[in-house]
Unconditional design. Structure first.
Length: 210
């Protein structure tokens, strides 16, 4: 089963991808991870990506799609995969199709902007050991202090309300149109946020098995 998870930043795509990968026994292909792996491997595409990153430029769609194509040709993707982080735009989706990369299902995780703002502004992380918390969902035992190492917890810049609003605006403008793109191909399934990780996983698995 070849899948894409679509959803706004903070919708829980990474969490759900990890659960689905285990449940369906297929790998999650994260764009960030495979870009780093390609750079480390010193492949031709990896060298091109490294040159872009070092110059501060965005890695072109052509390079990203090439790296994805190479990764999906590896044996562990023979029975399927979950693509996380691409496509972000219609041109990327079209480029994947031109490279013969098709999907069985595109799962759009539907969640209100207001919920995302509440969720992300409540996130806290430990700058020392990387442990992650949420002031209401997963609070530390002592407010503002990491359970693991006792360091003071911080709010990441990415989780600040103004940053989240700006990321949501980009999502609605550039990525949300993909829903119509994949709906027209008959592979889009929309899953409403169920309020908990477990319930949302169950709802996604239910639509995938229908």
């Amino acid at each position: 089963m070849n899948l894409i998870l679509l959803g706004a930043p903070g919708a829980g795509k990474g969490t759900q991808a990890a659960i689905l990968a285990k449940e369906l026994n297929i790998p999650t292909i994260s764009t960030g991870n495979i870009l780093r792996a390609a750079v480390a491997s010193g492949s031709e595409l990896g060298k091109q990506a490294k040159a872009c990153m070092e110059s501060g430029a965005l890695v072109s769609d052509e390079i990203i799609i090439g790296i994805i194509r190479d990764r999906l040709a590896e044996p562990d993707c023979a029975n399927g995969y979950i693509l996380d982080g691409v496509p972000r735009t219609i041109p990327q989706a079209e480029a994947l199709e031109e490279n013969g990369i098709k999907f069985d299902h595109v799962v759009s995780m539907e969640i209100a902007d207001k919920t995302i703002l509440e969720r992300m502004s409540g996130r806290r992380v430990c700058p020392k050991c990387g442990a992650s918390y949420h002031i209401t969902a997963v609070p530390p035992k002592k407010e503002g202090v990491c359970d693991e190492c006792g360091s003071e917890l911080i709010t990441r810049k990415d989780d600040a309300p103004e940053t989240v609003k700006s990321r949501l605006a980009v999502y609605h403008k550039e990525t949300e149109p993909l829903k119509e793109f994949y709906r027209s191909r008959g592979v889009l399934v929309q899953v409403e946020d169920q309020g908990s990780v477990e319930a949302t996983s169950a709802a996604i698995l239910k639509v995938l098995k229908e």
